[in-house]
Ligand binder design. Structure first.
Ligand code: TPP
Ligand code: SF4
Length: 297
């Protein structure tokens, strides 16, 4: 067991108030402990935590290119193994770096079975460069490259199912989590770094600036995503779904209404057919992962 009272991600960094990824950085290091080497791709977390010559990281930390964190981590892990060293190697990357530009290197690292943990902080767009859509952006979210307007309802594609893709690579452990449930995040990080082979964690990390909500509401928004079924916390071990957080589901409207990126769905009046499509995504998640609490449970 690692000592979770250690604060290995320091205060004084430059994230926006209520930044989900900043909270996640702290939780990752609490779950992983001191004996950890971080490889971080370019993105918000890298920018706000390491303005040269300052750093918020109290463990060794390497800045990779935007696209190659998994390749850098593979090399670090191979070198540590060669020298009989036992540090854990963790990639921490945004969804743009993970879902899109880094896929080639991630696929290679997982196929080769490197003993690394890859953690995607999923704030559902390229935030650092001004809120562009990524393969993780949810259906109908308005971003600067999928703007809602007279001719558009926002992002026209559903979120890519990356955990399933990495599961299909033969990953030892694949899990999703949310910063709204900190104990669960720390537990899954600890489990991932102690599971041999390549492991993947995808953590829902609400972004107050990009999603358009007050920074005091980060945890509330994260919980709403889970309570409506648009985000599911689950674990897959050796290819099989082993656990999924059950909920008494509520309609998706409350979650959507709380964020400016979805406000076009309600103003000037509710666009019921689009809201119904998003509800259908949540319903499909509920069936796929069996998360609905039945009345007799
Ligand atoms: C090869 C390359 N292309 C583009 C960029 C510009 N760039 C820097 S950060 C970033 C966005 C990162 O998005 P994401 O990985 O989702 O992390 P976030 O900023 O949301 O935390 C981009 C496009 C870059 N640094 N390198
Ligand atoms: S833009 Fe979003 S992810 Fe980036 S620092 Fe601000 S709240 Fe965090």
């Amino acid at each position: 067991m690692v000592d979770k009272s250690l604060e290995l991600f320091d205060c004084g960094h430059r994230a926006c108030g209520g930044c989900g990824p900043a909270l996640l950085a702290r939780l990752i290091l609490k779950g992983a402990g001191e004996d950890t080497i971080i490889v971080a791709s370019t993105g918000c977390m890298e920018v706000f935590s390491t303005p040269y010559p300052e750093t918020a990281w109290k463990v060794p930390w390497i800045h990779s290119l935007f696209e190659n964190a998994a390749a850098v981590a593979s090399g670090v892990e191979a070198s540590l193994k060669h020298n009989n060293r036992t540090e854990k190697v963790i990639c921490i990357c945004g969804d743009g770096a993970t879902f899109d530009i880094g896929m080639l290197c991630i696929s290679g690292a997982f196929e080769r079975g490197h003993d690394i943990t890859y953690i995607c902080y999923d704030n559902e767009a390229y935030m650092n460069t001004g809120i562009q859509r990524s393969g993780a952006t949810p259906y109908d979210a308005s971003t600067t490259t999928s703007p809602a307007g007279r001719l558009s309802m926002g992002n026209s594609r559903p979120k890519k199912d990356l955990p399933q893709i990495l599961n299909a690579h033969g990953a030892s452990y694949v899990a999703t989590a949310s910063v709204a449930y900190p104990m669960d995040v720390m537990k899954k990080v600890e489990k991932a770094v102690n599971t041999p082979g390549a492991c993947y964690l995808q953590v829902h990390a609400p972004c107050s600036t990009g999603w358009g909500f007050d920074g005091s509401k980060t945890i509330e928004i994260g919980k709403q995503a889970i309570e409506c079924g648009l985000w599911v916390n689950y674990e897959m071990e050796n290819g099989e779904l082993t656990k999924a957080k059950k909920v008494r589901r509520v309609p998706v409207e409350g979650y959507l209404k709380a964020q400016k990126r979805f406000r076009h769905l309600f103003k000037p009046q509710p666009v019921t057919e689009e809201i119904a499509k998003i509800q259908a995504i949540a319903d499909a998640n509920a069936v796929k992962y069996g998360i609905d609490i039945q009345l007799n449970e």
